[in-house]
Design a protein around this ligand. Structure first.
Ligand SMILES: [Zn+2]
Length: 253
């Protein structure tokens, strides 16, 4: 089965509503390839290795969370950018990218998926009313020692998270945001969270966690952002009878 590229892009537009976000990159079709799609590859970041593996597999389109053309980047098509665009254009493979809309979607979002995997209930926005914020707060069904939740995250992501705080402290109110959202730690404190999970950490995050008495967990930017694009790819595959393959290019950050 194959479907028109334009049908997929229209469907994604309706589903992910990118106009609702103040984002740092264009969301949607970033590079146009052949007009019909039978094989859809998904991945976290449109790196050269992801493109190479997707093209080897025979993908017609690639859907990612981290695409191209970020605000503030140099516009010239040279070096890495030239090589990546050449690979897509010469093979007529489309690139579709959704950044904040794919963090925030209530069903296919990175945050919704990670929240489900952690066993959190009563998901709420961490900063309601701020269209630039995609953080969340929710609860564990029962309080548990922080170390147990960290072990759970290690099982989910397949890598040991960094945890600031005492493993034995009970935690229940959990704030989280996938990716590089360490800057939300103060919002997590203000919202009364016992523990804040994100992907990355900065030097100052450790001091804020210690001085505010909030547990902090950095579980990996790539590791926490694998789940949304996979869920969305599976959904598109079912909806449009496509072949789908999630390609995981390991990244230790
Ligand atoms: Zn990210």
């Amino acid at each position: 089965m194959s479907v028109a590229l334009i049908e997929i892009t229209r469907y994604l537009e309706l589903c992910l509503q990118p106009d609702q976000f103040r984002d740092y990159c264009p969301n949607g079709l970033q590079v146009e390839g052949r007009p019909r799609v039978a094989r859809l590859a998904t991945g976290v970041t449109a790196s050269q290795s992801l493109l190479d593996q997707a093209i080897d597999w025979g993908a017609d389109a690639i859907l990612v969370h981290h695409g191209y053309f970020w605000n503030g980047e140099a516009p010239q098509v040279v070096g890495i950018k030239r090589r990546r665009l050449t690979a897509l254009l010469t093979n007529e493979v489309s690139l579709l990218a959704y950044h904040l809309p794919l963090d925030a979607h209530p069903q296919f979002g990175n945050n919704a998926r990670l929240g489900q995997l952690m066993g959190l209930v009563e998901h709420q926005p961490l900063q309601p009313g701020d269209p630039g914020s995609v953080g969340n707060i929710g609860s564990l069904v029962e309080a548990m020692p922080a170390g147990k939740l960290v072990d759970r995250l290690e099982r989910i992501t397949g890598r040991p998270p960094l945890h600031i705080g005492d493993d034995d402290d009970p935690v229940r109110r959990i704030a989280w945001c996938t990716g590089a959202a360490q800057g939300y730690i103060e919002a997590a404190v203000a919202a009364g969270a016992d523990l804040f999970v994100t992907g990355e950490v900065s030097e100052q995050t450790v001091h804020i966690a210690r001085e505010e008495g909030i547990h902090f967990v950095a579980a990996g930017h790539h590791a926490t952002e694998r789940y949304g694009v996979q869920a969305l790819g599976e959904h598109l595959a079912q909806n449009f009878s496509l072949e789908h393959r999630f390609i995981d290019i390991d990244n230790p950050v």
